[in-house]
Design a protein around this ligand. Structure first.
Ligand SMILES: *Cc1c(COP(=O)(O)O)cnc(C)c1O
Length: 398
């Protein structure tokens, strides 16, 4: 990968978000959209060079595309990684990684607290292909390492902060595991919130659909890590075909330019909102890594640049009252996804985690009254006022 800015490793991430990923630009400040699916060759020798080149960007778009490559360069620079590879969605990135690196008989160690789609993939297709998974409580010190079977475990799969309870995984501990490839889904943090590779982790995955794109107008995933490992995953990915759209990569690259200011505003607001919710009479508990009451507050301070843009809270009165809050919010919108300009709220038990059984929900701590909030770019005082009016009715009807 060409790193187009010489001092990108020394500079602050907010600056790298502006300087990185410009190799397709020429002298244009805005990255051009290369919509082409194929490129012309001057003859056989040239055609052969394009077809066999290592991630050659001017051959055929399922292999590589200059606009997508610019997005990948920006992510690699922000993660402090050698390289990156983009996919059609976060799930495209996760499933391509798993299927590129595992075979029938392989073993994966994964945490219980995973994105529901990842969990469904491990429990369904992976089982069908004879890939064995051991689940651990990722918040327990040493749990991942203890479950590793030397010579058999291919991947250790973690997600931090986790969805929807914002539980944290110790990145130093994960990075210290040798043998299997360590993988972190860092979607909730964004590359501005934490850099797992600096802690020794092998691969970082993002659903760029979320905070990286940041405007709810792209479906995209990305993996960052060592160049050789990415080349191996890319080789499989070309066959798997979860190829990203260059238009989505362009939207996400544009999103990266404002990622630092967006996440700074959103995490500051999330802190303010979760602080207000934590003492509200109608709220049983507020979950946010920036709160000193978060069980892993110290760990968050150590490995995250901020508390993140997502919080969750448990409404007293369970499902009935959670339903009434969802029905009564006006400024806050009822929708899944996260990281966009609009503040979104969802009820994990019946939406993002509806594929879980009642026992699995209880084991994951996803209570009937739990609501997840992705904090947007509105003024936090307006958001607090909206949540207060929705909760007031809970208080009076309780
Ligand atoms: C949304 C999400 C995914 C899946 O990403 P898609 O772009 O929807 O495929 C994976 N992991 C986490 C943590 C997510 O929030």
């Amino acid at each position: 990968m060409t790193n187009d800015h010489p001092s990108s490793s020394a500079q602050q991430p907010a600056t790298t978000a502006i300087t990185a990923g410009r190799s397709a630009n020429g002298t244009s400040l805005a990255t051009p959209l290369w919509a082409s699916s194929t490129w012309m060759s001057t003859g056989l020798v040239d055609a052969r060079r394009r077809a066999t080149g290592r991630r050659s960007t001017e051959f055929y778009s399922r292999y590589a595309n200059p606009t997508v490559r610019a997005f990948e360069e920006a992510i690699a620079a922000l993660e402090g990684a050698e390289d990156a590879a983009a996919y059609a969605s976060g799930m495209g990135a996760i499933t391509t990684t798993i299927l590129a690196l595992c075979s029938s008989g392989s073993h994966i160690v994964a945490q219980h607290q995973l994105y529901a789609g990842t969990l469904a993939f491990l429990q369904g297709p992976c089982r069908r292909f004879g890939i064995d998974v051991t689940y651990v409580d990722g918040t327990k010190p040493g749990a991942f390492a203890a479950a590793v079977q030397p010579g058999r475990t291919m991947l250790v799969l973690a997600e931090t902060p986790s969805n929807p309870l914002l539980e944290l995984i110790d990145l130093d501990e994960l990075g210290a595991i040798k043998g299997p490839f360590t993988v972190v889904d860092s979607t909730f943090a964004t590359p501005l919130g934490q850099q797992p590779i600096k802690h020794g982790v092998d691969l970082v995955i993002h659903s760029a659909t979320k905070g990286i794109d940041g405007h709810n107008d792209a479906t995209l995933g990305v993996i960052a890590g060592e160049r050789d490992r990415l080349y191996e995953i890319w080789g499989y990915g070309v066959l798997h075909g979860a190829t990203p759209s260059p238009a989505d990569a362009l939207n996400a690259l544009r999103g990266i330019r404002t990622l630092a200011v967006r996440t700074a505003h959103q995490s500051k607001s999330a802190m303010q909102i979760s602080t207000a919710l934590a003492t509200h009479a109608a709220v049983r508990a507020a979950h946010y890594p920036g709160l000193t009451t978060h069980p892993q507050y110290e760990l968050g301070q150590r490995q995250m640049r901020n508390g993140g843009t997502v919080l969750a809270f448990d409404v007293a009165g369970g499902l009935e009252h959670a339903t009434s809050v969802l029905d009564r919010v006006r400024l806050v919108r009822v929708a899944t996804s996260l990281g966009g300009p609009e503040t979104l709220m969802c009820h994990p038990a019946t939406s993002t985690h509806s594929s879980l059984t009642a026992e699995e929900l209880a084991a994951a701590g996803i209570t009937p009254g739990l609501l997840r909030v992705s904090v947007g770019l509105e003024d936090p005082n307006d958001l607090i006022a909206d949540l207060n009016q929705a909760l007031e009715r809970v208080t009076t009807s309780a």
